[in-house]
Structure formats: C-alpha cells, structure tokens
Design a protein. Sequence first.
Length: 259
Amino acid sequence: MNARNVLLAVDDGIAEVTINRPDKLNALNESVRSELTEVFDDLAGRDDVKVVVLQGAGEKAFVAGADVSEFAARSPEEQREVYRHRRVYDALAEFPKPVICAIHGFCLGGGNELALACDIRVADSTARFGQFEVRLGLIPGAGGTQRLARLVGPGQALRMGLCGDMIDAAEAYRIGLVEFLTEQGGHLAKARELASRMTRWSLVTLKLVKKAVREALERHLSDGLAAEKELFLEAFASEDGREGVQAFVEKRRPRFIGR
C-alpha cells in the first residue's frame, strides 16, 4: 500500500494498521477514510493475515474524531450523497477476520465510532472517550448510538450522547466500552498478545466465530441459535475442523491450513 495516512505492517499472521496523521490527532478526513477502507479490503483477501490490530500514530490520540472542517461547508444534500457511499465504519464492521483496536489518548466522536466497529478494544490508562456531536447540534452518525447501545446498554449510550462528556479509560472499562485496560503504553503489547493467541487457530474458525456473534446482535435468539447451528456444521465440515478433532483424539497439535 502506498498510502500516506495509513501504514501497514504484516508479520506472522498479524497485520498492524496505523492511522498516521498525528499532527491532526489522527482526525478522520476523506483521505484517511478512503485509505483505511482500501487497506482493509486488501487484507480481507490475504491468506497470510489472520488478525488485524488497528492503532493511531503519535502520543496524543487514537483518533480524535472526524475532521469537522471537511464537512462544515456541505449542504444537507451533499452530506446525504456522501452517506450513500460505503463508509469506513461499515468496512471494518463487515471485515471477516478479527480486528483488535489498540487505543491511547483521545478516542472521540468518529474515532470512538471507529473503535466500536472493531471486535475487541484494548485501552491504556491515557485513553479518553466521548461522543461530542451534541456539542455541535448533531448526533452520532456512524454507530455512536447503535453500536454503542449494543455494547454498553441504552442508559450509558444515552449518557454519552446527551451529555457530551468525556470519560476516562477506567470508566470506559467499567461500563464495557473496552474489554481490556492496561497501564500507560501497554495497549499495543496487549493487543499483540491477543492477536498472537488467535493466530494459533484456524482462519476458518476465526471467521465463523465472528460471524456467529454478529448473528447474535442482529437476530432474535431462536434465529441466532439456528444460524449458530449451521455455522457449527460449516466448521465441522471444513478440513480444519476435521483436522482439529483428529488431532485432539491423537493427542497432538493440530495443523490448520485455513480451509
């Protein structure tokens, strides 16, 4: 990738994607969103990548929000046209492999929505979270009501959306906005540790687990259980599924090939 605002490094099954606009606190403008979408679309088809770790460059922020100056001059019709196109938040949410978000510093507005589109969030003690759209006379438009409410519950989502306050990392961990909390600077190491543990398993299985949990969020329980059964059968019929069962019986480590 020849992207200026997004950096990519791949090693041992793990892709590290870095939003690289530290002078602007990694604020999401059109270029960043486009490059990030392109990188994730590329990684979706790469057999050498099982897990992605997403982070922000610099010392101050994961992503401090959307670049407000970019849409300030748009008319309502122009903004509606922008929303007709596929957005980076959806590209992340629909990405078939696990995505771990490593968060430090500011994670605000569109940055928080980007983190919400990931699968697991790891924050260090410097992280600060908020949905500030109410301060601009707006509401979140990329998951800051919908994904947030599903993650932390409607009460906490309303608190963040209506008050426009910033919460610290400990509070974010307490309400379930992040799954892991580390000391300052420890977020990336923890994210890498989790990613490394995941790479031991079949890519088929990783994708199916993610798909099954997504079904839980979008369906009635009975429909979700039916979908889970079918996904289990898909795993059972895979080469890796047969290999994993046989390896257990033979008391050896499985040799997964991703099929």
